[in-house]
Ligand binder design. Structure first.
Ligand code: AMP
Ligand code: MG
Length: 490
């Protein structure tokens, strides 16, 4: 592993922030997939990582000298209920690498065995959820959405026991950092003001260094996280992504999407769509995501309050910052939806036009992704190409809307030729359809067949390209293919 230069600045923080923990070795590690382009991005040698030594490291069996893995401590609100101690119960921070662009990135193993924070868990992960996280995180990256990445996945040669016996797996996750809203809550609930300041300084240094010498830098940190999350959630909403478990421990300070559990992309558009089998009340339904983000950020504000300042003044300042979320979210969402509709200028009626389309889509079971994708075909495609109207139960409902849309387009200056191209670079053809993800997991778990996984990952790497021969990956599920609930499957 001569190429490996692993640092660990987190280990320089006070020991109460984490627990040094050795991973538990596994019986027979086997590399499922190495993310070669990500390895390059990180300045790591893919051949090294794929070597016996490399795989031993990716499985947590053997590390090069000098690596001291640790489990990070954090708290969190899970479905609204505060848990003062969660922490990495089945993950370990191996350390950090500085990538080719000079950005410090965490490398974490997930599924690497018990830690002080495991509670009743076994510290392990089943193959299915590891493949899901690989597929969906890389799909999100290809869509241009900030996310943790997946460097590698290995099987362990050991079984894990959930409802049934399943193959075990471990992934190597790469993140701008693993700092969560819950990391701050962990210190706040312990009244550890000194620790909060240390952690906030660390977060600023890592993610928002321009704040470092600012007077009100902790308020600035809150503001920066609010901005990053408003942008992120808008991006989710624009591709129909439903995170599924937006607990405060699953929300990053960096603004990257993290912890892909029972997540999914919507097929037919409906605002109240929920996939997660554990989300009975629909708390984390598609339409609720912006509101939940604000709720989570309010928990961050509470945690930061002791270092933001004193008394009512600090509270008011924090509240004012939280109050900016909605505007920021709307700015990002509106800009995004305009692009999806091919509107390159801004007019007052645009949001009403968008809302009207979405409402008609909801009434007509229209596929979210394909309706937007095939809108461009309404402009320039030859006869016989799929069109947006084809995705409506009642295509005349689309036609009525499209008349309005064409009126609006007529008031766009020039750009006619660019328009369809911009729409196709904004509206993906390929998303990680839940029924395809499930199909891949089934083949891998039941038959040890990883070819469908490889194929799906390859298709999703180019979501905006037409890929002749791969149409099945673009299609919504037939009734019998529909996945009704996605299990957390930890
Ligand atoms: P998650 O739902 O994956 O975000 O995890 C929530 C909390 O449960 C985190 O503290 C995890 O580390 C912990 N956890 C989840 N699965 C396991 C497991 N199999 N063993 C130990 N801890 C776990
Ligand atoms: Mg989590």
């Amino acid at each position: 592993m001569h190429t490996l230069r692993i640092e660990n600045t987190y280990a320089d923080l006070p020991e109460r922030f984490y627990a040094f923990t050795a991973p538990s070795p596994v019986a027979a590690p086997m590399l499922i997939k190495l993310n070669v382009s990500l390895a390059h991005e990180l300045g790591l040698d893919p051949d090294d990582l794929a070597s016996e030594e490399g795989v031993a490291m990716l499985a947590g069996n053997r590390f090069p000298q000098g690596i001291r893995p640790l489990a990070q401590a954090y708290a969190g609100h899970q479905f609204g209920n505060f848990v003062p101690q969660l922490g990495d119960g089945r993950a370990l921070l191996i350390g950090e690498v500085v990538d080719r662009e000079g950005h410090r990135r965490d490398i974490q193993l997930k599924g690497s065995g018990p830690t002080r924070f495991s509670r009743n868990g076994d510290g392990r992960a089943a193959l299915g959820p590891i493949l899901r996280e690989y597929i969906v995180s890389e799909a999100m990256h290809a869509l241009g959405i900030p996310t943790t990445r997946t460097l590698a996945a290995v099987t362990t040669g050991e079984a894990v026991y959930r409802e049934t016996r399943l193959p075990g797996a471990i992934m190597a996750r790469v993140a701008a950092s693993h700092l969560r809203v819950g990391t701050f809550q962990y210190l706040a609930v312990r009244g550890d003001v000194e620790g909060l300041r240390t952690l906030a300084d660390y977060a600023i240094d890592r993610h928002y260094p321009h704040l470092a010498d600012k007077e009100a830098r902790y308020l600035g940190l809150l503001d920066a996280v609010v901005a990053a999350q408003a942008e992120l959630i808008a991006r989710w909403m624009l591709v129909g992504f439903i995170h599924g478990v937006m607990n405060t421990d699953n929300m990053t300070i960096s603004g990257e999407t993290i912890d892909y559990g029972p997540c999914a992309f919507m097929d037919s558009y409906h605002p109240s769509t929920v996939f997660s089998s554990i989300d009975h009340a629909g708390r984390y339904a598609y339409v609720n995501q912006p509101r939940i983000a604000v709720w989570n950020l309010a928990r961050l504000a509470e945690a930061l309050l002791p270092i933001i300042g004193e008394g009512d003044a600090a509270l008011e300042e924090a509240q004012a910052v939280l109050g900016t979320f909605q505007q920021r979210y709307e700015t990002a969402f509106h800009a995004g939806i305009r692009r999806k509709l091919g509107l390159l200028t801004e007019q007052g009626e645009d949001m009403a036009l968008a809302a009207d389309l979405l409402e008609r889509m909801a009434q007509n079971g229209a596929d979210f992704t394909l309706t937007f994708r095939d809108l461009a075909n309404e402009l320039d495609a030859p006869e016989g190409k799929a069109r947006a109207r084809d995705h409506f139960i009642d295509p005349t409902s689309f036609d009525d809307w499209a008349a309005r849309w064409r009126d609006r387009l007529a008031r766009e200056p020039e750009h006619q030729t660019e328009r369809a191209a911009i729409m196709r670079a904004t509206n993906p053809r390929y998303i990680a359809r839940n029924h395809r993800v499930e199909e891949v997991i089934k083949a891998a778990t039941e038959s040890g067949d990883f070819a469908p996984f490889e194929q799906l990952v390859a298709v999703l790497a180019n979501p905006f390209d037409e890929q002749p021969g791969n149409e099945r990956y673009a299609q919504p599920p037939r009734d019998e293919e529909r996945v009704l609930a996605t299990f957390c499957g930890t």
